[in-house]
Design a protein around this ligand. Structure first.
Ligand code: SAH
Length: 216
């Protein structure tokens, strides 16, 4: 059973205050994150860890991103209600819920089938039926529903896939941690025409790798 106790709510409020101190100013993002019980996304044994500002292991050797990273990526997307948003790397589903709470129409892709099923179940249970989940290779994007207003990648890329750039609307943003080594640079591309992009950098981050192909 999923229980969101007063204790959890209190811990969550402290986490939101911490994110403000860390420089998160986007009130919509802070409000969205204050509504989502992050402990639902971790094994019940690790309940206490859910409200620390840390990444944490989930199943299949993957991680739920650090709350500050979720807040930064979500802020960079500048979500408007009704935006069509593609997330690559569903993982625990937490980031997808933040996007949904921001009013986005969310499409999210996970390459590991077991994790896809597990997260799907949780999202149903939490009432997030409107989040569309896909077991696919994120390198291909989701051509059937393109173009998207915004695309977010939550795994560390070596380079920015051309297919994702192509599936973005003109005026849209692609937020992706990318770079050669283990440490990735948070990059935001703004598509200003079918062939032109503006690139901005937002510092160093660590992510699990963005891998090609699916795991069944
Ligand atoms: N957004 C997630 C973060 C999960 S970690 C959360 O809020 O919990 C990144 C996830 O990206 C992992 O689950 C990993 O399996 C997935 N991933 C890596 N490469 C992928 C690809 N090519 N397509 C889809 N998902 C991918």
């Amino acid at each position: 059973m999923l229980v969101d106790s007063y204790r959890h709510k209190g811990l969550r409020k402290n986490l939101i205050d911490h994110l403000k101190i860390k420089g998160i100013k986007d009130e919509n993002v802070l409000l969205a994150m204050s509504k989502i019980p992050r402990h639902f996304f971790l094994d019940p044994a690790f309940d206490e860890w859910a409200y620390k500002d840390q990444a944490f292991p989930i199943s299949e050797n993957q991680t739920i991103s650090q709350p500050l990273t979720v807040a930064i990526q979500s802020s960079l997307l500048e979500i408007k209600k009704g935006d069509k948003v593609l997330e690559i790397g569903t993982g625990s589903g937490y980031q997808a819920c933040v996007l949904r709470e921001l009013g986005a129409k969310v499409y999210t892709i996970e390459r590991i089938e077991k994790l896809f099923h597990k997260t799907n179940q949780l999202l149903q249970l939490m009432g997030y039926q409107s989040i569309r989940t896909y077991h696919k290779d994120g390198y291909q994007g989701l051509q059937l529903f393109a173009p998207f207003d915004k695309i977010i990648v939550t795994a560390g890329a070596n380079q920015i896939p051309e297919k994702l750039k192509a599936q973005l609307k003109v005026g849209g943003y692609l937020v992706i941690p990318s770079g050669k080594g283990d440490i990735k640079t948070m990059i935001r591309l703004k598509k200003i025409s079918e062939t032109n992009f503006i690139t901005e950098n937002f510092g160093d981050f660590r992510f699990v790798p963005f891998k090609e192909g699916v795991v069944t």
